[in-house]
Design a protein around this ligand. Sequence first.
Ligand SMILES: *Cc1c(COP(=O)(O)O)cnc(C)c1O
Length: 404
Amino acid sequence: MPDISTGLIHHPYLPPDGFLAPLPGVFKASTVIFPSVAKMRSADWKDKTGYTYGLHGTPTTYQLEERLCTLEGGSQCLLVPSGLAAITTVAMAILKTGDEVLIPDNAYGPGTAFARTELRNWGITHRFYDPMDAQDLQSKLGPRTRLVWLEAPGSVTMEFPDLPRLVRICQDRGVTTALDNTWGAGLAFRPFALVAADGLPVAVDISVHALTKYPSGGGDVLMGSIITRDPELGTRIKLTHMRLGLAVGANDAEAVLRGLPSVVLRYRAHDTAARELAVWCARQDAIAQVLHPALSGSPGHAHWVATCQTGLGGAAGLFSVIFKPQHSARSVDAFCDALKLFKLGYSWGGPISLVVPYDLAAMRGSWPRQVAHGSIVRFSIGLENVDDLRADLTQAMAAALAAS
Ligand SMILES: *Cc1c(COP(=O)(O)O)cnc(C)c1O
């Protein structure tokens, strides 16, 4: 008989096989145990038919990866610790000194900051293009352009670009395209099955997704994914991912696996409520413009119609409003403070409605031409009752804006 300490570690009991439950099990490991030296020597960490080390995958992370491929219509998936890490990992995998990356001028801010600092320090240049002007992208593609970022719609100002056209322009020049697909979440449109105006299929090369948002759905997990269709490109990013030592925790992977079965229903609920409130906001005296791609008159609405007819035809739960210029930035801040159900906070996709007043002038080189002048506030609509949210907006406007 071994000592009790040894017995508790090397226990002979194995549970019976064949356990099935609605959710997959959670496997936690840094060390993965091999049955023989031969198996250890022949194991290839890149090969998803086996296991080598926790960093390279467990049954839990493999299952999450496969489900995310189903969600977005891709073939290979890598998990990273945040949506931002998905953006930076793609850049590090694709770009080298002397290359240039093009970024839409309304891109997610922290990704842009990475280009301005780290990429710049490594001798990789970046330029901004106007995603609402295909000619502008075309004219900025140069011999050093290796990667073009796309985002649909743009961050905060919500302009929806002509995605298939922009992708086609890049592909005609042999430039890799990477889409930040957090808003679409694989549900508003299919990033690998876009349809161009001429009816021909177009696919992005890479889709990154902040799982932090809708797939998690709880506001309590940070995670990102990088999805590709081309095995060679997938392996290239996987090598960088491995060398950077990126991995996600099993409990976090489990939280996202738990969120996925309801993501379609939640996305639709966020979408329906957001559209209802966006339409209501457009009728309010204090508001000059509502930025929501599903609303006619919003920048890029026709592109949203053309692109999002596939999938669920959805539009997520986000919109921004521009207050009329007579409402000072201070009174708009007071409006945000006066909200009770809407909480002040970044990110989105969870059950709680959120509000953020942005300083658009500081975020962009110049005021976007499609956007009215005035203070901008972005709402992320949660899963609360819509009448309660409308009442909250009404009372906060009355409290903070009536006098301004
Ligand atoms: C939130 C977000 C990210 C970053 O995700 P994190 O997990 O918060 O790092 C990237 N892109 C978009 C469009 C986002 O909304």
